[in-house]
Design a protein around this ligand. Structure first.
Ligand code: 5GP
Ligand code: MN
Length: 341
């Protein structure tokens, strides 16, 4: 962070703080938010974590989870808007494009609160007064850990904060196997383990709490819905609204499925296209130097990281989105085939 001293001064007296993160938070979004909340509370601040939407059960166990406000809860929405309008500081974690908080964006932008952006995604917008942004960070949770250390408050870290941050690091690194897993990540994890965090338990809570129904859904998708295009080294899946209904699919049930495409020998890019009530959601994953964020941004108004990106199409429909994806593949063929196996 460039103006760290000014930031230190800002949080040196008790403030009314809101922490928010992106729509449909994942473990890094929620874990960095609740980890930071735990720290700021220890510093004497009043902290409210507001998510723009709900999130899956497999991340809803983190310390502080019971106090999280879902902006989409219409029973409390007016009050939530007032909290955003009247707080002193708003932390924006794990996103740097206002689009990513959807309907909440106008209230965050209109609030007179000082904005602090902490994120690791590419192409950040400039809406914040304080920015701690590093695309080389494996997770926003890593930046939260580093910021607490930079502020000289490492001794305030505890098991509860560590659990939240570990969940973010574990998931955003694909359980410490993606290329973003640096020695620094492992050093941070070592420190987190020394706080007493049961990392095995965190892993099992996130990855081993699948319902029988979700596993059958996955079996169906892998068995019947995976399309492999060896000539492009691409695999893709399309999931319709009807299929989600048939398998009683819940929020988060389609998360991670896209990664299975990359398990096939030689595949460079995997894409999942999911029909949602209001839009079609796409997730892209790739290996090595093939930049799916560039593809997502050039053709689908999306973004993200080089090897993991996403987009939403509105108005194209499910078939239109599939057709568009298939139509652009020839122009990427050379790049896809050039990736070493
Ligand atoms: P996922 O496929 O897990 O939803 O998202 C992978 C990455 O792509 C996320 O880290 C996020 O930054 C980015 N991403 C996902 N959806 C969108 C989107 O609709 N727009 C943009 N700009 N980025 C997205
Ligand atoms: Mn993240």
């Amino acid at each position: 962070m460039q103006n760290l001293d000014a930031f230190r001064t800002l949080i040196s007296t008790p403030k009314n703080i809101v922490i928010t993160t992106h729509y449909k938070p994942d473990a890094d979004a929620l874990g960095s938010s609740l980890g930071l909340a735990g720290y700021l509370k220890k510093k004497g601040h009043k902290v409210t974590v507001i998510t723009p939407s709900d999130y899956p059960k497999f991340i809803a166990w983190m310390p502080g989870n019971e106090e999280v406000i879902n902006y989409e809860d219409y029973r409390t929405q007016k009050k939530t808007q007032q909290i955003i309008a009247s707080c002193d500081i708003i932390f924006c974690l794990d996103f740097s494009v206002m689009d990513r908080i959807e309907a909440m964006a106008q209230y965050v932008l209109a609030s007179k609160a000082i904005k602090v952006m902490i994120d690791h995604h590419t192409f950040p917008e400039s809406f914040a007064d304080f920015v701690y942004h590093d695309t080389h960070a494996a997770a926003t949770a890593q930046l939260i850990f580093q910021l607490i250390v930079l502020l000289g408050d490492k001794d305030l870290l505890d098991e509860a904060i560590g659990e939240c941050l570990y969940a973010g690091l574990m998931t955003d690194t694909g359980s410490f196997r993606h290329p973003c897993t640096t020695p620094e990540v492992h050093r941070i994890v070592a420190d987190i383990m020394e706080l007493g965090v049961n990392t095995n338990l965190v892993h099992r809570r996130v990855y081993d709490c699948t319902s029988f129904e979700r596993l059958r859904f996955l079996g169906y998708i892998l068995g019947q819905k995976m399309v492999v295009l060896p000539e492009y080294r691409v695999a893709y899946f399309v999931i319709t609204a009807e299929e989600q209904k048939r398998f009683h699919s819940q929020t988060g049930d389609t998360e991670g499925i896209v990664n299975y495409g990359l398990q096939i020998d030689g595949i460079v890019m995997s894409v999942i296209i999911v029909e949602r009530p209001d839009a079609v959601k796409m997730s892209f994953r790739s290996v090595e130097e093939f930049p799916v964020n560039r593809l997502a941004s050039a053709h689908f108004n999306g973004g993200g990281h080089k090897n993991a990106s996403g987009a939403k199409t509105v108005g194209l429909g499910l078939q239109g989105t599939i057709d568009k994806l298939l139509s652009i593949l020839p122009s990427y063929k050379e790049e896809l085939l050039a990736v070493p196996n």
